[in-house]
Write a protein that binds this ligand. Structure first.
Ligand code: ATP
Length: 294
């Protein structure tokens, strides 16, 4: 089956500044892809290209088989898009805004909207103007889900939500996407949320893509290693090691290799490490290990 989203050799420059070159990825039907990157690495740029708001400098992006910069109205209807996070019609209440939006979307499914509102304890008569920033985000998310789109593109979906509501929403979205076979592309700065939600991840650094992998594989293979003594200089010369540093009397690094492979790599570089320690990582720690602390 053809993937829902296909990006081939996507390259974008703002003026002479390269955001990235030759980005290739696909999102098969029913998968959730998370785009992770530090501030200003190009996540919103990618979302704008996907939505056809921005034409890439070169390369091509297709959605449901059509070029993203020339989508037909019927294909646009299949895409639910969260860009700003907030609903604008402050004078309406929860029920009124649902009815208003329903008129624009032929496949509108109010059940999912009211289910989410109930879970988040937002009453039907509650006025949007009297809601907090986080509550408004929740309404916006409910309205996106009710569109019953086949592809959901959610930029920074967790903006303004507190930890409890974020977890509620992430679990709700994850169950909903799996049961309805929705395809999802998300960005968020809150990486713990991504760990619970996404199937595949793409990590961006400034000017390039660092990595694309299924999250399970990433979490299984990428580990933190710590060995006694200051060997940071030698370790930094090993290309496959990430974020080599010295901490107190230890040297630390991150790598995809297994402990056995690490031992033989170290031996080949003349480093003896009888007491090397390995630690499994959360997705947030993996992100820091891959991209560095700053
Ligand atoms: N229209 C534009 N013209 C010139 N430069 C831009 C434009 N839009 C974004 N940029 C620059 O391109 C880079 C990537 O921006 P983008 O908004 O895609 O990053 P992001 O990963 O979404 O960031 P954040 O995590 O802060 O939301 C940033 O350095 C930004 O300043």
């Amino acid at each position: 089956m053809e993937p829902i989203v296909t990006c081939k050799n996507l390259t974008h420059f703002y003026g002479s500044r390269c955001i990235y070159e030759n980005l290739n990825f696909e999102i098969p039907k029913g998968r959730i892809l998370g785009l992770l990157g530090k501030n200003g690495t190009g996540k919103t740029t990618t979302i704008n290209i996907l939505n056809g708001y921005l034409r890439p400098t070169s390369g091509q992006c297709t959605i449901f088989g059509e070029r993203s910069d020339n989508l037909s109205p019927s294909t646009k209807q299949k895409i639910g898009l969260l860009i700003e996070g907030h609903v604008q019609y402050n004078f309406m209440n929860i029920e009124e805004i649902e009815k208003f939006y329903a008129a624009f979307y032929p496949k509108w499914d109010k059940t999912v909207y009211y289910e989410l509102m109930r879970l988040l304890q937002i009453a039907p008569k509650q006025k949007i103007s009297k809601m907090s920033c986080g509550q408004k985000s929740q309404v916006a998310l409910g309205l996106i889900l009710a569109q019953n789109a086949e592809l959901l593109i959610l930029d920074d979906f967790s903006m303004g939500l507190d930890p409890g509501y974020r977890m509620l929403f992430v679990d709700f979205l994850s169950d909903y996407a799996k049961s309805e076979e929705k395809t999802v592309f998300v960005t968020s700065h809150i990486i713990q949320d991504m760990e619970r939600l996404i199937d595949d991840c793409m990590v961006m650094d400034y000017g390039r893509i660092l990595l694309q992998k299924p999250v399970d594989e990433l979490m299984q293979k990428f580990k933190h290693y710590s060995l006694e003594g200051n060997e940071a200089k030698k370790l930094a010369k090993i290309d496959s090691f990430y974020s080599v540093s010295k901490r107190n009397d230890n040297s630390e690094f991150y790598a995809f290799e297994s402990p056995v492979e690490i031992q033989s790599l170290l031996q080949s570089k003349g480093i003896t490490a009888p007491n090397i320690k390995t630690r499994e990582l959360s997705l947030e720690e993996i992100f820091i290990g891959l991209t560095g602390k700053y």
